[in-house]
Design a protein around this ligand. Structure first.
Ligand SMILES: *[C@@H]1O[C@H](CO)[C@@H](O)[C@H](O)[C@H]1NC(C)=O
Ligand SMILES: *[C@@H]1O[C@H](CO)[C@@H](O)[C@H](O)[C@H]1NC(C)=O
Ligand SMILES: *[C@@H]1O[C@H](CO)[C@@H](O)[C@H](O)[C@H]1NC(C)=O
Ligand SMILES: *[C@@H]1O[C@H](CO)[C@@H](O)[C@H](O)[C@H]1NC(C)=O
Ligand SMILES: *[C@@H]1O[C@H](CO)[C@@H](O)[C@H](O)[C@H]1NC(C)=O
Ligand SMILES: *[C@@H]1O[C@H](CO)[C@@H](O)[C@H](O)[C@H]1NC(C)=O
Ligand SMILES: *[C@@H]1O[C@H](CO)[C@@H](O)[C@H](O)[C@H]1NC(C)=O
Ligand SMILES: *[C@@H]1O[C@H](CO)[C@@H](O)[C@H](O)[C@H]1NC(C)=O
Ligand SMILES: *[C@@H]1O[C@H](CO)[C@@H](O)[C@H](O)[C@H]1NC(C)=O
Ligand SMILES: *[C@@H]1O[C@H](CO)[C@@H](O)[C@H](O)[C@H]1NC(C)=O
Ligand SMILES: *[C@@H]1O[C@H](CO)[C@@H](O)[C@H](O)[C@H]1NC(C)=O
Length: 816
């Protein structure tokens, strides 16, 4: 008797083991009281019903281990519920199809029949990531739920927005919080430009939009309350455009979903409160809803409370009611009596015509020649990966609708306005004043012109004389402040660089090209030509140039002058013939030039330069793009930090800032900056740590051979350090010259600098102290978990072009 009970118990136990399997095979269908559970126990697939009153059953996937009602992430038969569930079952057929039958034998749902070519023996598996995969015995996946999402994107899933300009995937919201059937709201790429914007639809009408840049971006954030990092990537490979995200710690549950109210949400499970915590959502402001500000008005998100505003040159149709939009103060006449004004920071995409293969001038001409064109925007995306045509000329006709002004990430919109606006109601006195002002202005212009003309002829005459001093044509007083800072004339620069000849090109940076120039008198300089789509005003440019010019340190490259000419903004730096550190470090035939003492000198020099930027100058300056190619070397191999293109100047009492415009170079960016846009002096410490490890190892942060086994140089260095083999990291080209304790100390400092948490990283002053006091004990580094995902790892270490297109500011004074 006892034996009998035991064997029954054992059988039950066995069957329950089978039941919580993660596989569905031909021999073992899934019945309504059964479920599949992923190996990790995180996800379950089975039949569920959400309301007790109404007997609708669905086949779906939910989080298995969460308390409370199911958090459903996928539904197979959302629009075809099972009403008679008792003997409903999911089977795999002989020809490798999955079919869902209800009790009456009705076919409720199935996978396509043409994907298997009749190959038998397939089985389906619920993976640990929540993906339900139908797989052939040959290990070929023929179908997966991740390719057919309902309303949710999970970590590791690829949300394929478009393929060859065709919209592919659409998330469709539930009808209600307990009704999984397809609701009215959905989100997909915009059919007319799937790589430019995502649209949330209410049936077929746009509800709100998210603007893409059209280029690949990656970045992420620390999840609060956990030590894990959320890593988001948007990839535009030319053919494919997709979004994906990953999480460094898979025990943290996250999901992205479109809820039934039309909000696109990023959620994370909070273990303490046992609930889903909102990480981000949109839309948030009322005026973000599609066209809620009428034509020619925009939603101003730069304000505390976002409100609608009229575009420049426009006024409201109805006073204080923006739903009817704004109208021109001055009617636009077709022909040549119009000009364009640049409105920076705008996000526009709707009803746009994308004209291919145009330069900026051609783009403007395109707009000018069509009477119905009201605005254009231009970007040169060269530098973005995998783009056949890097130019992006967008033109708008008729009405401009659904525009936002954003603090970051917008671009300049060139709005067409009528020339010489004459305002109604101007009194004759005003007109007279205006005329006098014009006359005065004209006189000034004439005088300046005459002065320039004379100066020009003088210059020609003196050209042969070889002025020794002479490349400073003018010197400006800015806002009354006295400064000796030289502004160089454009003509001088043209002749110095041979009209920006390609043969003079030294390199390309995120913000423009750098040319070698020879000024009269034989002085060699490097001229940086900021790209023209700059949103920065002349006053800011001058201010910042003057600030940078005041920085004098032997480990910073010297700024000699600058020039502003129409749209051109140029910076003139000292010329360093040895080029940059990467030219030596990563070149097999040149790396031997850098013996250990040279490398150590370079490391210490960079540290000193950074310390000066962070602390010892009167300002706190964050470089934000420290990398090997931005370290120039003089003839004695002294390092000089260059390229302040992205530097940010802090008020001295400020110690952290945020930007959603993450610019920098992948691999060198600290986790909190790459992901959340938060940066501080510790972000530079991180980049310094990466650079230090590169100098010691001679390996690039993302060199492909490392990525095969370790996700990056950091992981590799950590592994060797942990195993006590740190010395293996050392570049073989200088093994003969190194001093062991120095090298080990460097690697140790490097690992401290690349800690995941900014608070664990030393300040540059401590780094200097660590180098100067060789016997001072160092804290033990923690394991860096920040990881690089294969798809977004950019082996060339190319710049992330999240917004470099329009982010041309050289620095921004942050005085908040
Ligand atoms: C059950 O409710 C769902 C949505 O709430 C509805 O689509 C379905 O028709 C209902 N079924 C029955 C049998 O009432
Ligand atoms: C599947 O194939 C087996 C033999 O190969 C056959 O006995 C069985 O009836 C088939 N089942 C279906 C549903 O076709
Ligand atoms: C299967 O059929 C669908 C339409 O029924 C079609 O869109 C798809 O391209 C086909 N797939 C293959 C692999 O033939
Ligand atoms: C979607 O449009 C309908 C009218 O067609 C409206 O009643 C509903 O409120 C809209 N949904 C949202 C989320 O705005
Ligand atoms: C949350 O709780 C679950 C179950 O208690 C545990 O397995 C998981 O590791 C926890 N996650 C985190 C991030 O603490
Ligand atoms: C972090 O914790 C706070 C307080 O416990 C909570 O309000 C917040 O939602 C949590 N955030 C996440 C992402 O879990
Ligand atoms: C603004 O104008 C729209 C359309 O004419 C109207 O429906 C709305 O009530 C007006 N709002 C206010 C606050 O006057
Ligand atoms: C506009 O100006 C261009 C040259 O400046 C001229 O060729 C063209 O005819 C003008 N168009 C009109 C409509 O005046
Ligand atoms: C742009 O020009 C390139 C080369 O000139 C050509 O291959 C490409 O097809 C053009 N693209 C379009 C959209 O016209
Ligand atoms: C875009 O910029 C690159 C490099 O800066 C340049 O070579 C290319 O000609 C530019 N393209 C256009 C269309 O302006
Ligand atoms: C002007 O633009 C409109 C709208 O994009 C277009 O339909 C029209 O063909 C254009 N006209 C010319 C001459 O390009």
């Amino acid at each position: 008797m006892g034996m009998h009970y035991i064997s029954i118990f054992f059988l039950l136990f066995l069957s329950s083991l089978c039941k919580s399997d993660d596989q569905l095979t031909q021999a073992k269908p899934l019945t309504h009281d059964d479920k599949l559970v992923s190996k990790s126990g995180d996800f379950a697939l089975g039949f569920f019903s959400l309301t007790t009153s109404n007997k609708s059953f669905y086949l779906g996937i939910w989080y298995h281990s969460l308390p409370g009602p199911h958090t459903v992430v996928w539904v197979a038969n959302r629009d075809n519920p099972i009403v008679a569930p008792l003997s409903a079952k999911l089977i795999v057929t002989n020809n490798s199809q999955m079919v869902l039958f209800d009790s009456r034998g009705h076919n409720i749902w199935m996978t396509p029949s043409n994907i298997t070519a009749g190959a038998p023996g397939a089985y389906a598996e619920l993976s640990n990531s929540g993906n339900f995969v139908l797989r052939l015995p040959s290990n070929t996946d023929i179908w997966q739920s991740f390719d057919h999402p309902t309303d949710t994107i999970l970590a590791g899933m690829r949300f394929l927005v478009s393929h060859k300009a065709q919209v592919i995937t659409r998330l469709v919201a539930w009808k209600g919080s307990d009704d999984p059937s397809s609701g009215d709201l959905s989100i997909s790429g915009d059919p007319s430009a799937p790589d430019l914007q995502l649209v949330t639809w209410n049936k077929t009408r746009p509800y709100c939009r998210t603007v893409w840049n059209g280029v690949s971006v990656s970045g992420g954030t620390y999840l609060s309350n956990t030590s894990s990092i959320l890593y988001q990537t948007v990839v535009n490979s030319g053919d494919e455009f997709y979004f994906t995200y990953a999480i460094s710690d898979n025990s943290v549950y996250t999901r992205v979903m479109l809820d039934h109210t039309g909000k696109y949400k990023f959620l994370a499970w909070n273990n303490h409160s046992s609930s889903w915590a909102l990480i981000s959502e949109y839309p948030t402001a009322a005026c973000e809803l599609y066209a809620s500000c009428g034509p020619f008005s925009y939603c101003d998100l730069t304000q505390m409370v976002p409100t609608c505003q009229c575009l420049e040159g426009f006024e409201t149709v109805d006073d204080a009611n923006f739903s009817n939009g704004c109208r021109r103060k001055q009617a636009l006449k077709c022909g040549n009596q119009s000009h364009f004004v640049a409105l920076p920071g705008m996000k526009v995409r709707d009803k746009v015509l994308h004209i291919h293969n145009r330069s900026l001038d051609e783009c403007e001409a395109e707009c000018r020649r069509n009477c119905s064109c009201v605005a254009y925007a231009y970007a040169n995306l060269s530098g973005a990966i995998g783009m056949a045509d890097p130019s992006r000329c967008l033109v708008w006709s008729g009405e401009l609708v659904d525009i936002w002004k954003a603090t970051t990430g917008g671009e300049s919109l060139y709005l067409r306005l009528a020339d010489s606006p004459v305002y109604k109601g101007i009194s004759s006195v005003k007109i007279i004043i205006l005329i006098i002002a014009c006359v005065l202005l004209l006189t000034c212009v004439c005088l300046v012109w005459m002065y320039k003309y004379r100066a020009g002829t003088l210059q020609k005459k003196e050209k042969q004389k070889k002025l020794s001093r002479g490349y400073f044509s003018t010197s400006n007083n800015l806002e009354g402040k006295h400064t000796e800072f030289p502004f160089v004339s454009y003509g001088d620069i043209l002749s110095a660089t041979n009209f920006f000849a390609d043969s003079n090109l030294l390199g390309r940076g995120g913000f423009g090209n750098v040319y070698k120039g020879t000024l009269e008198g034989g002085n060699e300089v490097a001229v940086k030509r900021l790209s023209q789509s700059s949103g920065q005003g002349i006053v800011e440019f001058k201010n910042e140039v003057i600030l940078i010019a005041k920085l004098q340190h032997k480990n910073l490259v010297g700024l000699l002058g600058s020039c502003i000419h129409e749209d051109e903004k140029l910076l003139i730096y000292e010329y360093l013939p040895n080029k940059s550190l990467d030219v030596f470090l990563f070149n097999a035939s040149r790396k031997h030039v850098l013996d250990w003492s040279t490398r150590l000198k370079i490391i210490k020099g960079i540290a000193r330069g950074l310390l000066y930027l962070h602390q010892d100058s009167r300002l706190t300056i964050i470089h934000r793009d420290l990398k090997a190619s931005n370290i120039l070397l003089d003839t004695e191999m002294n390092p000089k930090i260059s390229d302040f293109g992205m530097a940010r100047i802090f008020a001295t009492n400020q110690n952290q800032a945020n930007t959603t415009r993450v610019v920098g170079t992948y691999g060198y960016m600290s986790p909190e900056y790459a992901m959340g846009g938060a940066f501080s002096v510790k972000s530079d410490t991180y980049s310094f740590g990466v650079l230090l490890l590169e100098i010691v190892s001679g390996l690039k942060i993302n060199s492909p051979q490392l990525i095969t086994n370790f996700s990056s140089l950091i992981t590799y260095a950590w592994r060797l350090w942990e195993d006590g083999n740190a010395i293996e990291l050392v570049d073989s080209s200088f093994v003969a010259s190194f001093r062991l304790h120095e090298v080990l100390r460097c690697i140790h400092v490097g690992l401290l600098c690349v800690q995941d948490h900014a608070r664990d990283r030393p300040l540059m002053s401590s780094v200097m102290f660590m180098f100067e006091n060789e016997s001072a004990p160092l804290p033990a580094p923690k394991q860096p978990v920040y990881f690089a995902q294969g798809t977004c790892a950019d082996e060339e270490g190319r710049e992330i072009t999240s917004n470099s297109v329009n982010a041309v500011s050289i620095t921004t004074v942050d005085g908040r």
